[in-house]
Design a protein around this ligand. Structure first.
Ligand SMILES: Nc1ncnc2c1ncn2[C@@H]1O[C@H](COP(=O)(O)OP(=O)(O)OP(=O)(O)O)[C@@H](O)[C@H]1O
Ligand SMILES: Nc1ncnc2c1ncn2[C@@H]1O[C@H](COP(=O)(O)OP(=O)(O)OP(=O)(O)O)[C@@H](O)[C@H]1O
Ligand SMILES: [Mg+2]
Ligand SMILES: [Mg+2]
Lengths: 258, 258
């Protein structure tokens, strides 16, 4: 069966898009069939993996039920990695969806057919930095949530809120089986005590939910998107690519253990 | 007369909160009377400047018109710097405001009395990372917008959208006189070509709208919030404090020139 993983954290700039792209690419590299959904109106993931200008009438029309999601899925230059790209109208989707009757399950219902087809091993959703309607839709459609945490103070502060929202979706029955894939420490800077202090804090609170793999801060990671490449393409032997390949291996191990 | 400045960029983690806090603090240090409004449900600015747990019924009740904004303004430990802090209910405000008749001018109308009182030289609004209702409210209430830009690729991509939204608010008459305070390059990393390439790109496109002052990436900048301090308090002689004081001086010079 296909599993849907939302990559989410309402704090901005913590590595959601970078993690979604590079983890999806590392899993596709191993032959797994992966779909990446860019639910962020900024369309950062679409710009790195997309074939051209984000297509007219992409995800927005799929979300509103005007076009079946399966017709919006494009292949990318990477084998086994498909993309459902964001489009310009997505920014307006928050208000349009908020006004629907069952606004929380909109994405879940529109994705049901693709999920049940079993075409993909995993579907990853890159979420926008907010606790709004698009993010709640991602958390409602998801089986699990992967939470990137930048090793800095503000990133830690907001974690409680996100965990609270997840609890609410579980208890109200909107997504009763929502699980946590794990917490991923990102942009770990070996030069500062702050990174180790934050990482230690997170491990104390969340224990084995925290991935062993830590993503180091690396300049080549921030350069890769400007060349329209994943880190696996841009710097295949560097610390960033090694870390995301290690994450893919750890992710699969955790999936097997259940 | 009081001027309202929105610090905005829908891209996450580009230094909106850091810039709002430290520019406001550097101006207050010079004796100017400053109000900082934390319009981000993450409440990061409130956690550094706030007096205690973000108060019950803060900005949300002011936004919805249940309590006059003037009654929600608190003083902070810094002379001449007052705070209107975010509260937990703010996350739900997007949907509540979206359903109001005139949802774009809600913040503007609720702030009118404080603005007209002339009590403050400047009011700074820290915005959330989104193009949603709270951000549009900040852009509608503002006289000017200050846009922090992280010297990285994704930050550049989204700039066109924000400028487009500002144009729309001007042309539709919702905020016809909305001006640009300037674009501020943040987290400039001298070790990478990317920073200089992005900065050069931005200056070519936007020319004199870009502040001369550039904020360097500095570890102590990311450490300061974990001690609940501004950079002026945490590392007063370091590169971050110097840069924000230089920014305050350049900001005032630009205001005088009009
Ligand atoms: N390990 C890393 N080392 C250095 N830079 C990184 C790393 N991971 C991501 N970056 C850079 O940091 C910035 C923020 O990352 P990214 O855009 O992936 O975060 P995000 O959480 O998706 O942001 P948003 O909240 O806006 O969606 C980007 O410019 C990215 O290139
Ligand atoms: N000049 C700098 N050097 C190093 N780190 C910085 C600098 N400015 C900000 N930071 C750190 O980078 C992270 C992002 O900054 P900040 O939270 O101010 O951005 P933001 O745009 O307000 O984010 P959000 O989109 O979530 O509101 C924070 O952890 C902050 O401490
Ligand atoms: Mg992103
Ligand atoms: Mg912020």
């Amino acid at each position: 069966p296909t599993k849907i993983i939302a990559v989410a954290n309402q704090k901005g700039g913590v590595g959601k898009t970078t993690t979604t792209i590079n983890l999806a690419a590392a899993l596709a590299e191993q032959g797994l069939s992966i779909l990446l959904i860019d639910l962020d109106p900024q369309a950062n993931a679409s710009s790195v993996l997309g074939n051209k200008e984000t297509q007219e009438g992409g995800l927005y029309r799929g979300l509103m039920g005007e076009v079946p999601m399966r017709d919006l899925i494009e292949s990318t230059r990477l084998p086994h990695l498909a993309l459902l790209s964001a489009d310009l109208e997505l920014a307006g989707a928050e208000i349009d969806i908020a006004r629907l009757e069952q606004h929380l399950i909109q994405l879940k219902s529109m994705l049901a057919e693709v999920k049940e087809s079993g075409r993909f091993s995993y579907i990853f959703i890159d979420s926008p930095p907010s606790l709004g309607v698009l993010m709640s839709n991602a958390l409602t459609a998801a089986d699990e949530v992967l939470i990137p945490i930048q090793c800095e103070y503000y990133a830690l502060e907001g974690l409680g809120k996100l965990v609270g929202v997840m609890d609410q979706l579980r208890h109200t029955g909107i997504n009763p089986t929502l699980a946590m894939t794990g917490l991923l420490m990102t942009m770990f800077d070996v030069r500062t005590n702050l990174s180790s202090a934050v990482a230690k804090d997170v491990r104390t609170h969340f224990q084995e939910v925290v991935f062993e793999t830590v993503i180091p801060r690396s300049i080549r990671m921030s350069e890769a998107p400007s060349f329209g490449q994943t880190i696996l393409e841009y710097d295949p032997k560097g610390p960033g690519a090694l870390a995301y390949r290690a994450l893919a291996a750890e992710f699969l191990k955790r999936q097997e253990q259940g």
